[in-house]
Structures are given as structure tokens and as C-alpha cells.
Design a protein around this ligand. Sequence first.
Ligand SMILES: [Zn+2]
Length: 345
Amino acid sequence: MKIMKKLLPTSTAGSLPKPSWLAEPEKLWSPWKLQGDELIDGKQDALRLSLQEQQHAGIDIVSDGEQTRQHFVTTFIEHLEGVDFAKRETVRIRDRYDASVPTVVSAVSRPKSVFVDDAKFLRQQTKQPIKWALPGPMTMIDTLYDSHYKSREKLAWEFAKILNQEAKELEAAGVDIIQFDEPAFNVFFDEVNDWGIATLEKAIEGLKCETAIHICYGYGIQANTDWKKTLGSEWRQYEASFPKLQACNIDLISLECHNSRVPMDLIELIRGKKVMVGAIDVASNTVETPEEVANTLRKALQFVDADKLYPSTNCGMAPLSRSVARGKLHALSAGAEIIRRELSN
Ligand SMILES: [Zn+2]
């Protein structure tokens, strides 16, 4: 595959802000401002803009900025059968905050592809490598009330099969890296090791493109910021999943690093994997300086071989303003360039 001759290829973990004419900015689950054909056109226009902003900032591996989805988990689930969005129950998401969620009422299935047309559209716009994010099985089940399978594990296996169907079609549409978002991996450690990684491997089964898992401490929303305050001086959550992840078939592991209390030496536990190092804090409106980005990457280089280091953001930037997100994209590129020059000396 064409990835990636350039050293330290940059990318984002996922979402980017939407234009204010498409959805209310700086908000999760923001409702669409357009309808019908106008909404379809608006989403495509936003995707083009999002791509252009990444290109202007010099981002090497580009994405759709998740412009066509309201939320990284919910939008995928909306396209499935077996989930009743009118029947809602309040559940505790990631043991952290209560949310009203839809109910699994019968066997889940994917009647047609979810993001494949969007991926084809993005593929038409650029020759750069494309990364596409999907929710991971464990994070999906954690966003639902299940009155049918009555087993988190069983439902996760069903979602893994569905995700594998979608991933294979995304690969055929020309996506170079398929990423599964699993923030739940930082919470349910026993389940991660019992069946979380196994269901992830089911989701990537048979793929020839590269595959990634993104594990973070969540968007910069209040519930997550409050949770982080309870985690103490060292965040060692990754330690629980890294040994098994190191041994699994996934190619890249995307992590939150900059401004977090994750001890950088934990990355040693996944030595051999490509590591997307989060060098941009998505929970702050302060735009990093290129030197701050470079510092984070320099620290990571003690534990990741240079040819396996992928500078990235800690998480998605959907809740940030467009100008802050733009500034952060530029800082990411400039910081990576500082380290590239150091490595070539
Ligand atoms: Zn994230």
C-alpha cells in the first residue's frame, strides 16, 4: 500500500468541527440545520471543507472530519436494524455519566452500508492516504440499552460482525486505514481482556488495509474532565489493555498523551506497533506551540521507533471552534516537522 514513505505522518484522531450553517458549533449531538437534499449537499460541502483545512495545515493522512455524522457512535447505530430509537432508557455511559439511549429490541443487522458512499466521495477528492473511523464493538454496546441479547459480550460479537461487513466495503472504496474508536477500553479492563480485543479482531478479520484502534480519555466535555480529576497523578489505564493489544492483529494504536497524566513509558508495552501519539490536547482552547508538540513527540520517541510514530491529536476536535481546531492542526504539522528535521541531522 502507498502508506507511508514520509517519516512521522500526521493525522487526526477523528472528528473536526462542522461549519455553523450545517450544525450548531461547539456541541456534541448538535442537530442538523438543513433537511432532505440540502442536508445531503451540505454534508458533502462540509466534508470538502474539512478535507481542505487538513490539506492546508499539511496533514498527511486525511479523514472526512466526521462531517456526515452527528455522533461517532450513534450515527452508525441509527443505520442498523434491531435498535429502537423511540424506546429509550437511561444508562450510565462508561461508568461516568447518565444518558438516554436507544434500546436493542431484536437481532441487530446492517441492511445496507453506512459510510461507504461518504468514503467514496472523499476518495474522489484526494490522492492522499485516507483514514476512516468506526465505533468499536465495546463502545457501541456501552451506548445502548439491551433488552434482547441480555449479554454485553453477545451483543459485542454481533456488532463485530456488522463492523467487519462495513470495514470490508470501506476498504473496497479505497480507505487506507480503518480505525475503531474504543474509549470504553480505558474503563472495562476485565471485559477488554475477556472478549473486547477478541471482538475487535473479529471486526478487522480479512482486511488487507491497515487497521487502528483509538483509545482515549474522551472528548473535552465536562463529564470527562471531571472524571480525569479522579484518576490521580498517574493514569495507568492503558497498562491493562496494552499487553494483549501488543499481541493482537491491529496495526496502529492511537493514544492520548499531551497534557494527560499517562506515563509515556507505558508505550514500551506496545513496542512493535505503530503508535498514533496524541500531541494535541482536545480539552483546551489553547493552541499548542510547534515546540510543545515536538516535546511530546520527542518523549514518545524513547519508546516508539521513529518509523512507527504517527503524530496525532488526543481525540476528536468536534466540540472545539473551527479556528482553534485549525490552529491545532497547523501546530501538529509544524511540531512533526521539527522532529523530522532533527531525525534527518
Ligand atoms: Zn477519543
